[in-house]
Write a protein that binds this ligand. Sequence first.
Ligand SMILES: Nc1nc2c(ncn2[C@@H]2O[C@H](COP(=O)(O)OP(=O)(O)OP(=O)(O)O)[C@@H](O)[C@H]2O)c(=O)[nH]1
Ligand SMILES: [Mg+2]
Length: 199
Amino acid sequence: MILLGKSGHGKSASGNSILGNNLFECGSSENPTTMTVQQEVVELNHRRVTVIDTPDPSRLSSKDVHELIKLNSVMMLVIRCGTRMTKDEWAAVRRLRTIFGHDAFRERGIILLTHCDLFPLARIQKDTTFLDPKLLEEFDNRVVFLTNKEENHLVQVTQIDDVMILVDDVLAKESHLHNKKQKTFLCCWSRNRSYALSS
Ligand SMILES: Nc1nc2c(ncn2[C@@H]2O[C@H](COP(=O)(O)OP(=O)(O)OP(=O)(O)O)[C@@H](O)[C@H]2O)c(=O)[nH]1
Ligand SMILES: [Mg+2]
């Protein structure tokens, strides 16, 4: 999977959570940290998982772009929970869309929401529209929470499981799996949501 998105939203931290190891350098939300594309491979539940961390979309070189497109991989758009989709945020999405193709997110994209631990609980409980509906629609409603500062190991493991369930769904391209895919998304969403609420 390729971790994409604006600087400071938690791409590298998410990569580390998924890999279960601090292999990607994490920085602050203010200053860009990852400057080059970095690929790591781990064995997760008896399968090889490749995670590719990337810098801010504006820093992707044409060589990076060329290599990433060739992979035809699952694309995780990492967004800090509660982010308002400003012009700047949409510009980053547009850049990625231009790079990977207009339907790429719909076909193999997942929104990965980070920082849910910092998000006011009341807003998650009450506001079901905190994620831009247009963006959600572009990702065929695939979204999953990942709290990279999660201290509860069981919750962390379950969150990673949910990420992998969605990754598998994207990989299962057969159209007859479409209905199952929708159900799985709802399951991840509600499981993940309840963890966010209880943390
Ligand atoms: N509280 C909290 N902090 C997080 C979470 N995910 C990431 N962070 C913090 O957010 C900051 C930025 O995270 P990074 O993973 O470096 O962000 P990035 O998207 O890789 O940023 P660049 O490398 O600059 O593109 C770091 O201080 C992380 O520790 C989360 O789920 N919760
Ligand atoms: Mg980074």
